[in-house]
Design a protein around this ligand. Structure first.
Ligand SMILES: Cc1ncc(COP(=O)(O)O)c(C=O)c1O
Length: 430
C-alpha cells in the first residue's frame, strides 16, 4: 500500500466503500495531494505565462508530458474529476430513486450552464454521449427520403459523412459533396461552393466548423444563413470548436450544433452536446425511445435514452464552470497564441509543409503539417517514447503528417521543446 496510508485506506473504506479506495489508489500520491488541496478552483485570471503554469497545475498531466492532442481527447482538470468521483460515490453508496432524482435535478443545472455558455436556451440543449451520437441523432431523426438531397463537406468526420451516406442508402435521399481545398481558399470560396452545390431539393447542409484534418475554419454563420435562405436545415459539427472558440450560437444560428465534453471542454468521457434550434423542434424525431428524458424542451424527447451516467453529465457542468472561471475569451486567445507560435516555428523548419493555413482567421487551434520525408506514424511514436511529446499522426495519401492541437494546459516551453525535437529528427532521421 504505497500510495495510500493505512489510515486513509480505513477512512475511505468507511466513507465510500471499496470503490472509493480503488478510485483514490488509481492516482499517484502527488495526484492525491493535489486532489485533497483545499482550493481547487482555477486561480483568478492574470496575464502571463505564470498564470497558465498555475492552470496546468490543476491537471494531473506530469511535468514531462507535452500533450498536444486536444483535437482527440483532453485531460480533465481536478475539479471535474472530483465532481465525477463525488457523484459516483454518492450514487454507488445509495442508488435509490431519491438519490438518482437529486442527480437528475443537477443534470438540469448542467443544461442551464451549457445553454448560457452557448448563449441559447436550456429548452434547446440535449446532453448526448458524444459528437458522433449527436450527429447521428440528426441524420437519423430527420424525415428525408427519395427526391431529397443533403449537401455535406468532404472533410467532415465519419460521424457526419459516412453516417449521411449510410442513411441515404437506407432512406433513399441523395448526398452531394463539397470538396475541401488545401490550403484553405478563404470563406468566400466555401460560401460560393456550398451555394453552387445546393438546389431546390436540398434539405440539409452538414459541415464542420473546424476540421480535424487541417484545422480549417469554415464560415459557419454565413453558411447557416445561406442554408436558411435556401430553405434547408444546417448541421454544424462543433467537435473542434466547442470548448475552445468563444462560440455564440445565438449569432451563428445553426439548426443543429454538436460537440463532445471530452475534447476541448476538458470534461468527462461519454458526455456530449446536441443543440436543436427551437425553430426546428417539430422537424426532428427521436431515434432512441426510452425513459429518463430531460425536464425541458427538446431534451424531453431526444434525451430519453434510458439509464445514463448522471455523474458524468454533472462533471460536464464542472468542466464548463472551470472554463468560465478562466474566461471564454482568455481560453480562445491562449489556444491561438500557442497555435500561432507553433505555426511560426514550423514554417522555419526546412522540409516541413504546413497543411493548416497560417492565417488564424482561416483556422482553429489545430496545426497539421508534413514532416519532410519522415514517416508520420513512426515519428509520432518516437516523439512520445523518447521525448514525452504527444502529437496525432495521419497516414495515407491525403494530407499525411502530424497534428498538433494545443490547449489551455500547454505552455510555450512545450511548443519550443516539440519544435526542437522535430528539428533534430528532420536533420538526423528517425
Ligand atoms: C469534427 C469531428 N466530429 C466528430 C468527432 C467525433 O467525436 P466523438 O468521438 O467524441 O464522438 C470528431 C472526433 O475527433 C471530430 O473531430
Amino acid at each position: 500500500m504505497s500510495a495510500l496510508t493505512r489510515r486513509r485506506f480505513a477512512e475511505l473504506l468507511a466513507a465510500g466503500g471499496p470503490l472509493a479506495v480503488f478510485a483514490e489508489a488509481a492516482f499517484a500520491e502527488s495526484d492525491l495531494e493535489r486532489l485533497l488541496r483545499p482550493s481547487r478552483r482555477p486561480p483568478p485570471f492574470h496575464e502571463g505565462e505564470n498564470y497558465w503554469s498555475e492552470i496546468r497545475e490543476q491537471f494531473f498531466l506530469p511535468e514531462d508530458l507535452a500533450f498536444f492532442n486536444a483535437a482527440n481527447l483532453c485531460p480533465a482538470p481536478i475539479p471535474v474529476v472530483e465532481a465525477l468521483l463525488e457523484r459516483t460515490r454518492r450514487l454507488d453508496r445509495d442508488p435509490s430513486p431519491q438519490v438518482k432524482g437529486e442527480l437528475q435535478q443537477e443534470r438540469e443545472l448542467v443544461r442551464q450552464k451549457l445553454a448560457a455558455y452557448l448563449r441559447v436556451s436550456p429548452e434547446e440543449i440535449v446532453i448526448t454521449r458524444n459528437t458522433s451520437e449527436a450527429n447521428n441523432l440528426v441524420s437519423s431523426g430527420l424525415d428525408l427520403g427519395p427526391g431529397d438531397e443533403v449537401v455535406i463537406f468532404s472533410d467532415n468526420h465519419p460521424s457526419n459523412h459516412a453516417a449521411w451516406r449510410e442513411k441515404a442508402r437506407r432512406f433513399g435521399f441523395s448526398v452531394k459533396v463539397v470538396e475541401q481545398v488545401n490550403p484553405h481558399p478563404g470563406a468566400d470560396y466555401y460560401l460560393e461552393a456550398f451555394s453552387r452545390a445546393m438546389t431546390s431539393r436540398t434539405r440539409v447542409v452538414a459541415f464542420t466548423h473546424v476540421t480535424n484534418t487541417a484545422g480549417d475554419l469554415l464560415p459557419a454563420k454565413e453558411l447557416c444563413a445561406l442554408a436558411r435562405e435556401k430553405g434547408a436545415l444546417s448541421l454544424v459539427d462543433g467537435a473542434q470548436s466547442f470548448g475552445v472558440l468563444d462560440v455564440d450560437l445565438s449569432d451563428m444560428q445553426p439548426d443543429f450544433y454538436t460537440g463532445s465534453a471530452h475534447k476541448w471542454p476538458c470534461g468527462p468521457r461519454e458526455a456530449g452536446l446536441l443543440y436543436v434550434n427551437r425553430q426546428v423542434h417539430d422537424r426532428i424525431y427521436p431515434t432512441i425511445v426510452s425513459l429518463y428524458g430531460g425536464a425541458v424542451g427538446i431534451s424531453r424527447v431526444l434525451e430519453a435514452m434510458g439509464q445514463r451516467d448522471e455523474p458524468a453529465m454533472i462533471a460536464f457542468g464542472a468542466a464548463i464552470d472551470f472554463q468560465l472561471e478562466i474566461g471564454r475569451a482568455a481560453v480562445e486567445k491562449r489556444a491561438y497564441e500557442l497555435r500561432n507560435a507553433a505555426v511560426e516555428e514550423l514554417r522555419r523548419i526546412p522540409g516541413v509543409k504546413l497543411w493548416s493555413h497560417p492565417d488564424p482567421a482561416r483556422s482553429g487551434a489545430v496545426v497539421t503539417f508534413l514532416p519532410g520525408n519522415l514517416d508520420p506514424r513512426k515519428l509520432a511514436e518516437a516523439l512520445y517514447r523518447e521525448h514525452g511529446i504527444v502529437l496525432a499522426a495521419r497516414g495515407g495519401e491525403d494530407r499525411p503528417g502530424l497534428r498538433l492541437s494545443p490547449h489551455l494546459y500547454n505552455l510555450h516551453a512545450e511548443v519550443e521543446r516539440t519544435v526542437a525535437a522535430l528539428r533534430r529528427y528532420l536533420s538526423t532521421g528517425l
